[in-house]
Design a protein around this ligand. Structure first.
Ligand code: ZN
Length: 83
């Protein structure tokens, strides 16, 4: 589970970089992530940065080796490639 967790975080951080979020925000997200107790609950980067809220994303059915994670609050979708 730890490997998958690190994999998801890596791709969420890439999403944040591509969307031009400040490096301080990305660092704060990563720091918070490393303290998560439940590794199967992934935080929405958009809500974390823009609302200061910790909202878990849900996962949709995987398709074409992509596992989409979607935030039920802001509807942002994060496509996580399946290893
Ligand atoms: Zn969100």
């Amino acid at each position: 589970m730890g490997g998958y967790n690190a994999w998801v975080r890596k791709h969420l951080v890439t999403w944040m970089e591509k969307n031009g979020l400040p490096s301080e925000a990305i660092a704060a997200f990563s720091a918070r992530w490393s303290k998560l107790e439940h590794l199967d609950k992934f935080l929405c980067p958009h809500c974390f940065v823009h609302d200061g809220a910790e909202r878990p994303v849900g996962s949709l059915m995987a398709q074409d080796n992509i596992e989409p994670l979607v935030c039920p609050h802001c509807r942002t979708q994060y496509d996580i490639p399946m290893g």
